[in-house]
Design a binder for this molecule. Structure first.
Ligand code: GDP
Ligand code: ZN
Length: 293
């Protein structure tokens, strides 16, 4: 019996890569089939080889985490890709993804891509500084020149990762760079293809050679903020400040003696962070109508 990870599932076959790096094309053992056991890419299994390239999955090991979009199990890391120019940095989307990931207990790595195109954006280093301070790993990359790719791969060592971010930021280009082969179309034509096949595509995991895996399907592209508690939002944006507000239920909007607004006025909290907070707060209030106005 060998322990392995399901890297691809297609037509009732499961491709299982063992810890030794060998890939077996497996069927499900009858008993598991009868139990209607659903197997996802990313699941760890025990497989029994029946030949040098085929085998049978005998047991599915307990799943730590399960996502539906994309359908993967046991994800460790979300690589949130932003483009520093064309399209420009989208910080609201970034914060939205970081919050959703936090709800799921997922670690995030922030990738600032297309730095080869950067034209002295005075804001960029400030953005990166703020997220570093929040404890996020940040890496400046160029899928074109290869800058930062080694560091990105290093950060993914031993983990299973999915790329996410706005359309056109370079997710496909980065994936191809990281893997050193073209597994996904890049550019304008591919944007249409990607939209068309979004919901139906199977997910394939690619090994990174350092115990890590990366999925070829971007995740978390549409990300409404549901079920986020006010305190999670506050904690995410203003951890060191919000306990200093006069009102314990301060929303940091119009309340007097608000430590957050004071910090914004002094420049301790960047105004763009505060604006993002207000934007997402409004969205939460709208989505939870009446629950916390
Ligand atoms: P996706 O929608 O996030 O998968 O974005 P793509 O990978 O398809 O990239 C969108 C466009 O940006 C393509 O034309 C890529 O060639 C280009 N691109 C991606 N990464 C970089 C980069 O680091 N530098 C430059 N100059 N262009 C890039
Ligand atoms: Zn306040």
């Amino acid at each position: 019996m060998q322990k392995g990870i399901v890297i691809r599932a297609i037509g009732g076959y499961y491709f299982v890569q063992t810890e030794q790096g060998q890939v077996y094309q497996c069927l499900l053992r009858g008993k598991l089939k009868r139990q209607h056991q659903r197997i996802l890419v990313g699941d760890w299994v025990h497989a029994r080889p029946t030949s040098s390239s085929e085998g049978v999955i005998e047991e599915v090991l307990p799943r730590r985490l399960e996502l539906s979009r994309p359908p993967v199990a046991n994800l460790d890391i979300l690589v949130v890709v932003n483009s520093v120019v064309h399209p420009s940095v989208n910080l609201v989307l970034l914060d939205r993804i970081l919050l959703a990931a936090r709800q799921q207990g997922l670690r995030c790595i922030l990738c600032w891509n297309k730095v080869d195109l950067e034209q002295e954006d005075p804001q960029l280093s400030g953005y990166i500084q703020a997220y570093l301070q929040q404890g996020y790993d940040c890496v400046r990359t160029s899928a074109l020149t290869g800058e930062g790719i080694d560091r990105l791969i290093e950060l993914l060592s031993g983990s299973m990762a999915v790329l996410t971010g706005d359309s056109g930021v370079g997710k496909s280009a980065l994936l191809n760079r990281v893997l050193g082969q073209t597994v996904q179309e890049e550019g304008d034509i591919s944007q249409r293809l990607k939209r068309g096949r979004h919901t139906t595509r199977e997910v394939v995991l690619y090994p990174l050679g350092n115990g890590g895996f990366i999925a070829d399907t971007p995740g978390f592209t549409r990300m409404p903020l549901v079920g986020v508690e006010p305190v999670v939002l506050e904690d995410f944006f203003f951890r060191e400040y919000f306990s200093g507000c006069y009102y314990s239920d301060c929303r940091h909007r119009n309340e007097p003696e608000c430590a957050v607004k004071e910090a914004v006025a002094k420049g301790d909290i960047p105004s763009w962070r505060y604006d993002n907070y207000l934007f997402l707060l409004d969205e939460l209030v709208d989505s939870q109508e009446g629950q916390w106005k």
